[in-house]
Design a protein around this ligand. Structure first.
Ligand code: MFK
Length: 545
């Protein structure tokens, strides 16, 4: 009989996740655990079902039909099955609403992001519009426009699918992806005094939303980001037809292919200023920081999926007379990936928890500054790491990792998006400098020192302190040389992210005396080094001449 290799099986994403279970045991109050775990088990069940369904069927993609049979413009988008299931599933399990639950208070964000972590891979990136809806709810609360809050939030935060609305985040234009100041969309008042938007948005992720927050320049306003305003729009009329907008086409993307990302034209779409007619970027920033946290959680979830499949396969696949897991170099490769993933998990959920504390005013001013710094760090580092881990995962399967109907190549294609959207690695590195200029390294240093007291491993403490000292020395050496600081910003940011992750792993190892794996993860993570600083003389950039 010809040999047939066993396919990898997906272990239950909740039952088999020791990191998530340990986090619940440490950070979630006992009285809240049963309800949370019921949702996590259900979302894990859904993930297992979706994994099997995906392998057993031809992958679906959204389809845009622009014209009806009699020539009318309809712009109808048919969604994939997971997207059609999204509203009911996510409202039932409060994937979004848990983060704003008054009863959960400061724990709400942590509990929410545990749900997101389990749901993301099965969702086919329905988490993208959920992230934007969450970000919109957060930005609207921060802006304090009572009318818009009363109108939108009961829909955005609904736990009933028939009331639930998705919100988009309309920023990117042909002239400006990172450089939002180049926004060309104009806001103009009509004769009745109603603001209306005119322009073209070039990357509207999940255009199917009922609402959106959009950046536009009020007619006659000044140049730059200061002259932009943030507007709230509703996209459909009472009959469910698009209001004054048209969908030009859906993007043909490398990955996230189930997600209907569109190019749209706004042709007088009614809009309401969220708060004033200027400083739109400042007002949308709370949204960006929330969606960047979602990005980090989803990148980490993608790493968890890669490791679950690669580890399972390593126990099924024999080579040279032994399972792969018993081959030292293969085991070492998996351990390296596992340690990096554990660092990413620790940092990401620390950010999630801190977000809840800041939003509920239980954080100190230093912790609020720390959150501002850690959010771009978590986003940029996990975004890059998820691509590296997905690539290594494909290699763990040999040739099978390169074959479409194993479902594995999609892991790599999809992972690439985490490093791009919501700000590329470089844009987030520069945002790190923006955060540091507002607060210095002190809040990070204090938090790291606090974490290091939980563990008596001097080697770990010295490694973290020494990398942090080098980061501080680099900033000091740069002085007023902004070009040198910017050129080294990515190395600086990744070093800071790794220092924080190592301190979190050290604290966890110190608290886990009955399980040696946290200490092993720490040792392995430290072996990869923390310092990623690359300080080159900016003259070296003449290399590109
Ligand atoms: C599955 C997971 C799903 C995740 C969701 C995926 C959705 C995908 C859809 C997209 O990708 S949408 C496109 C996302 N686009 C971006 O993220 C834009 C990237 N560009 C930036 O982030 C730039 O850094 C930015 C536009 C913010 C900078 O522009 P400027 O013109 O250089 O801004 P400036 O003047 O430095 O900042 C303006 C104000 O905003 C300042 O405040 P003040 O007015 O009070 O001085 C800044 O401090 C503030 N600000 C900027 N970034 C901030 C911030 N405040 C808080 N947090 C931040 N991150």
């Amino acid at each position: 009989m010809e040999f047939l290799q066993d396919a990898p099986r997906l272990p239950h994403p909740f039952h088999q996740d020791r990191l998530l279970k340990a986090l619940i045991a440490q950070r979630v109050p006992p009285a809240r655990r049963a309800a949370l775990e019921a949702d996590l088990i259900a979302l894990g069940d859904y993930a297992c079902m979706a994994y099997e369904r995906r392998l057993a069927s031809t992958p679906g993609e959204p389809v845009l039909t622009q014209w009806g049979p009699w020539g009318e413009r309809i712009d109808r988008i048919e969604l994939t099955q997971a997207w059609r299931e999204g509203p009911e599933l996510t409202t039932r399990h409060a994937v979004l609403a848990a983060g704003h639950d008054a009863e959960a208070g400061a724990h709400g964000r942590l509990e929410q992001f545990m749900r997101v972590y389990l749901y993301h891979l099965a969702s086919e990136f329905y988490t993208c519009p959920l992230a934007m809806t969450d970000g919109a709810a957060t930005a609207l609360k921060a802006a304090g426009n009572k009318d818009i809050i009363a109108r939108a939030l009961p829909h955005f935060l609904s736990r009933e699918s028939d009331r639930f609305w998705l919100s988009g985040q309309w920023m990117t234009e042909t002239a400006g992806g990172s450089d939002v100041a180049r926004t060309g969309t104009v806001a103009r008042r009509d004769e009745q005094g109603q603001w209306r938007l005119y322009g073209r948005k070039w990357f509207t992720s999940a255009v199917v939303g009922e609402a959106a927050l959009a950046l536009a320049r009020p007619e006659g306003a000044g140049e730059g980001t200061g002259g932009l305003a943030l507007f709230y729009v509703e996209t459909k009329d009472a009959q469910g037809r698009w209001r004054d907008l048209s969908i030009d086409r859906l993007k043909n993307k490398l990955g996230t292919r189930e997600l209907p990302t569109a190019e749209i034209h706004l042709d007088g779409l009614p809009a309401e200023p969220v708060a004033g007619l200027d400083h739109g970027v400042r007002r949308v920033a709370p949204m960006l920081n929330v969606t960047r946290t979602w990005n980090a959680v989803c990148a980490t979830a993608s790493m968890a999926r890669c490791l679950a499949l690669a580890s399972d396969y390593a126990r099924r696949r024999q080579a040279f007379g032994r399972p792969l897991i018993e081959q030292p170099l293969h085991a070492r490769t998996l351990a390296d990936m596992q340690a990096e993933f554990e660092g990413a998990f620790a940092l990401t959920f620390h950010v999630a928890e801190l977000l809840g504390q800041v939003e509920h005013h239980t954080a100190s001013p230093a912790q609020t500054q720390l959150l501002r710094l850690l959010t771009p760090l978590a986003k940029l580092w996990t975004g890059k790491l998820s691509v590296a881990i997905a690539s290594e995962t494909l290699e763990c399967f040999g040739g099978a990792g390169y074959i479409e109907d194993t479902g594995l190549p999609q892991l790599l294609r999809d992972a690439q998006v985490y490093a791009i959207w919501e700000g590329t690695t470089n844009v987030l590195s520069l945002d790190t400098l923006r955060a540091l200029s507002a607060s210095s390294l002190d809040p990070l240093n204090e938090e790291i020192e606090r974490l290091l007291t939980h563990h008596d491993d001097r080697t770990a403490a010295e490694a973290v302190r020494s990398a942090l000292d080098r980061a501080r020395a680099f900033i000091d050496d740069c002085g007023n040389d902004a070009a040198r600081l910017q050129a080294g910003a990515r190395g600086l940011a990744i070093t800071l992210a790794r220092c924080m992750a190592a301190a979190l792993l050290a604290a966890r190892a110190g608290e886990s005396s009955d399980d040696r794996r946290p200490a092993l993860a720490l040792r392995c993570f430290l072996a990869h080094g923390l310092d990623r600083l690359t300080d080159i003389d900016t003259d070296t950039l003449a290399l590109l001449d």
